[in-house]
Design a protein around this ligand. Structure first.
Ligand SMILES: NC(=O)c1ccc[n+]([C@@H]2O[C@H](COP(=O)([O-])OP(=O)(O)OC[C@H]3O[C@@H](n4cnc5c(N)ncnc54)[C@H](O)[C@@H]3O)[C@@H](O)[C@H]2O)c1
Length: 324
């Protein structure tokens, strides 16, 4: 079988690619397992740091370019993971770019899939940023999306389109609304949630980090390991298990920045947490503080999606997987 990952050179795209190569087979839509013979990674930058593997197909291109995407889809794919995106901070600062990549290119991808003779499973990386504004204390499975950022709005519209294209039988979509994924390795990125990883990652590597929000700020988080498992689980769920509702609020854990720092200190000592500078940033606060931190992800748990046990487990997994 052939799988395509749009955004395959990104943080989660590469992690997912490694996991799929390791797994070697997939039970797409709950059907009998089949071997993964080809895995195409499409991105506008080259994917580096992946193992040499004859199943990998690296394609550099812009998802906004219909000719490029059409030619990639000419060779049928059983599963498409759509992770390509302009992240939250960038989409807020550059409205046109966010609309073009997060919304118009997603609609174009759906239209191209609609014209295929096959009906691929499409797993979409949506976001909990679809929620915001005046909300009840808990986000439930039937809470309406009321985003307060351009990024959240673009993800919410894409969720609706993928659900309708699924209802019409053009694709078999699964929209996963991701919590903030932490701890992200590498360097800070343009996501407004980037600090949620920085305040753990940098101090553990003896570097200073800035926390732009108050210690009592709560966040809804999930580890890279669990979200990767959840992407794969989404592709393997039978369509019948989802029915008409293709939007899934993934499970996560609620923690506060103060709690994250407390656990980091318990693991690595006060000299590590002393490397965090508390410098408020009104732009980051204006977006992050609209993201609700409390969810009841009943449906996702019933469907077999997983979350981490604790903040300690998340930090220790990062140390084990990413640090010497
Ligand atoms: N990491 C998180 O905390 C988080 C939370 C919620 C949702 N998500 C979503 O998950 C997905 C993956 O996130 P990530 O953290 O790996 O982000 P990332 O920025 O590392 O990866 C996104 C990839 O998309 C690619 N891309 C952007 N514009 C493109 C274009 N025009 N053409 C082709 N490729 C393009 C980028 O080059 C990048 O490699 C995204 O859709 C993101 O919105 C992530």
């Amino acid at each position: 079988m052939r799988i395509i990952i749009f955004g395959g050179a990104g943080f989660l795209g590469k992690k997912l690619a490694r996991e799929l190569l390791k797994k070697g087979e997939l039970s797409v839509g709950g059907h009998a397992p089949r071997k993964i013979t080809r895995l195409a990674l499409f991105d506008n930058v080259a994917a580096v740091g992946l193992p040499a593997d004859s199943r990998l197909e690296m394609v550099v291109g812009d998802i906004r370019d219909p000719a490029r995407v059409r030619s990639l889809l000419e060779d049928p794919a059983d599963v498409i993971f759509h992770l390509a995106a302009v992240v939250s901070g960038e989409a807020e600062k550059n409205f046109d770019l966010g609309m073009a990549v997060n919304l118009h290119a997603t609609l174009q991808l759906l239209e191209l899939c609609r014209n295929l003779p096959t009906r691929p499973v499409l797993v979409f990386a949506s976001s909990c940023a679809v929620f915001g504004g005046e909300l009840s204390d808990q986000i439930r499975d039937n809470t309406a999306s009321m985003p307060r950022s351009s990024y959240g709005t673009q993800k919410a519209v894409a969720d609706l389109l993928i659900s309708d294209f699924s209802r019409r039988g053009f694709v078999d979509g699964r929209c996963l609304r991701l919590p903030t994924i932490t701890v992200r390795p590498g360097k800070p990125n343009a996501a407004t949630s980037s600090f949620v990883s920085s305040i753990i990652r940098e101090p553990l590597q003896k570097q200073r980090a800035v926390c732009p929000v108050a210690p009592d700020t709560e966040v809804w988080i999930l580890s890279p390991k669990r979200v990767t498992e959840n992407f794969i689980h989404a592709a393997q769920l039978p369509a019948d298990a989802l029915g008409a509702n293709r939007m899934i609020n993934l499970p996560g854990i609620t923690t506060s920045v103060a709690e994250m720092v407390r656990v980091l200190e318990a693991i690595a000592g006060p000299e590590t947490t002393a490397l965090i500078d508390w410098i408020p940033d009104p732009f980051i606060q204006s977006i992050v503080l609209t993201w609700p931190p409390h969810f009841e992800p009943t449906r996702a748990l019933e469907l077999g999606f997983h979350r981490d046990e604790s903040m300690r487990e998340i930090i220790e997994a990062f140390m084990e997987e990413e640090l010497d």
